[in-house]
Write a protein that binds this ligand. Structure first.
Ligand code: NAI
Ligand SMILES: NCC(=O)COP(=O)(O)O
Length: 333
């Protein structure tokens, strides 16, 4: 696995991020999946040993006996379950530093703990989520693609954090082609799938039923598929969205290109929320995250034995980031 450590961000300190971080360290500390946390050790209530580091290079020496922490201290008191925009600056700087350390090569990649988008927005944060923020840090705006992956399914929404109305209004042939091309290349480079098979979803019921229930399939989606196929990309569809996620249908493709956020994320999370991983494709750095959010409703002060949050998705995100780093190394020329 990776020799350099992964950078794990703070996330919203009032959410389940601190608890997930503790559980992930306990699960992985004797494995090769080494990470350090850009967080505030005071949030951990001494439930595990921690050791301050001043650079990622120190993480591997520490990882088996303590959680390596690159201190990123909260400026306001933290009450679990009660998020506050007063800590927005710390949350943002944790993401920013993790990305910079990854761009500089000191960290192998970034794994993010969940943030609450509306809380950061209150502080003037202009990005709808990590995906778009990281693209800006990497000077690659417009190249960022969100993929959610579980052992059962991979989905890529063409439009991401916008209203359903905006998603439909901004759906274009060019956007579908761009997202599918980046996905195709990322499946080869980051996942070792040599000939990716891509299923393109329709937008409307029955994929439009020959125009009877909407014509975006004919005017926008099919032209995109034609362009992609002419470029040698194995893109098929548009498929009726209500049947393309069945167990049988899923055996026919490696990833589903979906027209809007919930079209892809509902089947993914319904099939396997515990092991779903959110992955940003199209960036020079590796970035993964759990598929769920901050879960403020179950966040509580940390306890040595009682855990409310299921850390499997974060653990899967860390393992996935390690695997992607390995694939990128293997594919480097
Ligand atoms: N990558 C990220 O930073 C993401 C952040 N969010 C943010 O999270 C906030 C809350 O969003 P919600 O829609 O409520 O989704 P959520 O995923 O935080 O919670 C939905 C339900 O699932 C439960 N849940 C989630 N993760 C869990 C875990 N690991 N273990 C046990 N139960 C778990 C919660 O307790 C809650 O009942 C929003 O502000 C949203 O912006 C949402 C998705 C991803
Ligand atoms: N629904 C997925 C999600 O909100 C994750 O967004 P991001 O913070 O990874 O951009």
């Amino acid at each position: 696995m990776t020799t350099r450590p992964l950078a794990l961000t703070l996330g919203d300190p009032a959410g389940i991020g601190p608890e997930l971080t503790v559980s992930a360290w306990e699960a992985l500390r004797l494995s090769e999946h080494c990470f350090f946390w850009l967080g505030d050790p005071a949030l951990l209530n001494n439930v595990i040993p921690t050791e301050m580091i001043s650079s990622p290079a120190e993480a591997r020496r520490v990882f088996s006996h303590a959680l390596p922490v690159l201190p990123t201290l909260c400026s306001a008191p933290v009450e679990p379950g009660k998020p506050s925009a007063c800590n927005a600056e710390t949350i943002i700087s944790s993401i920013q530093n993790a990305a910079q350390l990854s761009l500089s090569g000191e960290a192998a990649g970034v794994v993010t703990n969940p943030i609450a988008k509306h809380i950061l927005a209150q502080s003037g944060f202009p990005h709808p989520g990590h995906t778009e923020f990281l693209a800006e840090i990497c000077s690659a705006p417009g190249h960022e693609i969100m993929m959610l992956a579980s052992p059962e399914l991979r989905v890529i929404p063409v439009t991401i954090h916008v209203s359903l109305q905006t998603a439909i209004q901004t759906l274009t042939t060019e956007r579908i082609v761009n997202v599918t091309r980046i996905t195709h290349h990322a499946l080869i480079r980051d996942f070792g799938i040599h000939h990716p098979r891509l299923a393109i979803a329709g937008l409307n019921p029955h994929a439009g039923e020959a125009g009877l229930m909407g014509d975006e399939e004919q005017t926008i989606i099919t032209p995109a598929i034609d362009i992609l196929r002419a470029q040698g990309i194995d893109a098929q569809g548009p498929y009726p969205p209500d049947t393309m996620f069945s167990a049988t249908a899923r055996t026919r493709y490696d990833a589903a290109i979906c027209m809007y956020h919930d079209q892809g994320l509902i089947p993914l999370k319904t099939l396997d929320m515990a092991q779903g991983v959110n992955i940003t494709l199209g960036l020079p750095i590796v970035r993964t995250s759990p598929d769920h959010g901050t879960a403020f409703d179950i966040a509580r002060p940390l306890d040595r034995t009682v855990r409310a949050a299921d850390a499997r998705s974060l653990i899967a995100a860390i393992r996935t980031a390690s695997t992607m780093v390995q694939h990128r190394k293997g594919n480097a020329v």
